[in-house]
Design a protein around this ligand. Structure first.
Ligand code: ZN
Length: 517
């Protein structure tokens, strides 16, 4: 693109030199004819010759200098000739300039636009991403001259820009003549004062309920996009996680994720942007930073975060008024008895949501669990995602497990917890038929992800509030190790430990419980 322009300027420079030459000669000539008297003709001829020689040598010197000055570029082999240019320009965004880098050769046509803000930390983060993609691109350039230049365009857009915060998205498009042109994005919402990117945890102060609500809304939005595009269903439970959504942008009072291709689904699904209007999630976005960024007015009265929750039965066994329920899923397992020992030492009652498939080998553990005053609930037979099963299979998963628990303890469970928290109206209807309620949780320790008892303990303690249900798994020894730490810390804060049945007084079949209140 830039090469022909350069040739033009070369020609311009050359013709200018020739013109200069002509002018000099003309001036000398005219000086001779008008300024010199006729009588001095003979010496005048010698002088004239002398002047011509001087002028000619001046022109030659100028031409040679020009040759030397332009030599490095001209001496490059044609195939390697890359014309890289840098320049700065104001952007349309307040306080942000753009640095443009363009490269043009037979191999590539590249155009990069770097945002340049007043904060060097922000500039470093954004430019390092651009440079990383650019380096990958450079490595893909062919050794010789390509048949058709590979193209690369990296640009950015700002969707939110105040004196304190900045949402920016970088769009990377590369066509390296492979099967699929690359279309990727990177985006952040920055704190302009610190230069740090704001995470989802920062936005929602680590509130697991609110994060889960956002995650659910995001999954719903992606599901709708896939349906609209007539794409096959994707396992969003697995692919669309909290860490996928950790970076976000703010745009028009919405939280947006301008994902490119392959951000969390295969490239055949295309680019998948997620846009969640704040007004639809207002109850989950009451944290000060979220309210500020998303323009959510201070509520006159805090709306209930969980509408239509069953009220605590006055007979609920919580004399302290500060009760939490520790719940353990996926057992019985090799660490369950050690956990029972710990609970007995601390005189704490807990709830266990057990798998039917593990009950036959663990009958004696179930019997001990029940006899020591803990609550046993149903967690399906095979840890199936019940929301993907038909009514008959859901019924079988639940009823066989209840039967196994009954055989071991003489009591049928009054509640179930759907594996992965995945439920739908069919699951709800089957559980009601079996006279069970559904017990979810309000504090997710993510103990299966972080097998670290200190992290698990910290999450449980940080998330606890009166009426909370804390989710853990007794199949991990680190979770069992974390239990004394949780009990000690929460007891110091005046909490008592109850089973889920005690927490709600009476569990109503068909109801779903997250916490009380
Ligand atoms: Zn489970």
């Amino acid at each position: 693109m830039k090469k022909p322009k350069d040739n033009k300027s070369t020609k311009r420079a050359l013709s200018k030199t020739k013109q200069t030459n002509g002018k000099i000669i003309r001036r000398r000539n005219s000086q001779k004819t008008t300024g010199q008297p006729e009588t001095k003709r003979a010496p005048s001829l010698a002088k004239q010759l002398f002047l011509i020689i001087i002028a000619t040598s001046l022109v030659i010197t100028a031409f040679v200098s020009w040759m030397i000055l332009t030599k490095p570029e001209r001496s490059l082999p044609v195939t390697d000739k890359t014309d890289e240019k840098h320049y700065f320009s104001d952007s349309k965004y307040k306080g942000i300039r753009s640095k443009f880098v363009t490269r043009s050769s037979k191999k590539e046509a590249t155009s990069l636009e770097y945002p340049v803000t007043d904060n060097n930390k922000i500039n470093k983060i954004t430019s390092s991403i651009i440079d990383r993609y650019d380096n990958d691109f450079k490595h893909l350039l062919p050794g010789g001259s390509g048949i058709k230049p590979m193209t690369q365009t990296i640009s950015y857009q700002v969707s939110y820009n105040t004196s304190d915060y900045l949402s920016i998205a970088i769009y990377i498009k590369q066509d390296t003549h492979g099967a699929h042109p690359l279309s990727a994005t990177s985006f952040w919402t920055f704190d302009k004062n610190t230069g740090a990117a704001i995470s989802l945890d920062d936005l929602l102060e680590g509130d697991e309920n609110d994060i889960k609500a956002l995650l659910d809304a995001a999954k719903k939005s992606v599901k709708k996009t896939l349906e609209d595009r007539k794409k096959p269903e994707a396992n969003l439970e697995e692919y669309l996680t909290k860490s996928t959504l950790n970076n976000f942008t703010i745009s028009n009072n919405s939280i947006t994720w301008p994902f490119g291709q392959q951000a969390f689904l295969p490239s055949s699904y295309g680019e998948i942007g997620i846009n969640l209007p704040a007004k639809d999630l207002a109850t989950n976005l009451q944290h000060p930073l979220a309210r500020k960024l998303l323009n959510i007015p201070e509520p006159k009265k805090m709306p209930p975060t969980k509408p239509a929750l069953p009220q605590a039965n006055p007979s609920a066994n919580c004399p302290s008024g500060r009760c939490v329920a520790l719940t353990f899923d996926d057992g019985p397992g090799p660490h369950t008895e050690r956990l029972l020992d710990i609970l007995r030492q601390h005189n704490v009652k807990a709830s266990f949501f057990v798998l039917g498939s593990k009950s036959s080998s663990g009958t004696h553990i179930l019997r001990r669990t029940a006899s020591e005053g803990h609550y046993i609930g149903n967690h399906s037979w095979s840890h199936a995602n019940l929301s993907k099963l038909e009514a008959g299979s859901i019924h079988k998963e639940l009823s066989q497990t209840s039967e196994a628990i009954y055989k071991a303890t003489g009591k049928r469970p009054s509640s179930m917890r759907p594996p992965y928290g995945a439920s739908n109206h069919i699951v709800a209807s089957e559980m009601k038929k079996l006279e069970m309620s559904s017990i979810m949780w309000s504090v997710d320790t993510r103990d299966w992800a972080d097998r670290n008892s200190i992290i698990v303990c910290n999450r449980a303690v940080a998330g606890a509030s009166p009426g909370a249900i804390i989710l853990m798994h007794d199949i991990h020894s680190t979770s069992v190790d974390a239990t004394p730490c949780i009990i000690d810390a929460l007891k110091k804060q005046g909490y008592s430990f109850v089973t889920v049945e005690q927490l709600f007084g009476k569990l109503v079949p068909g109801e779903t419980y997250h916490s009380n209140p």
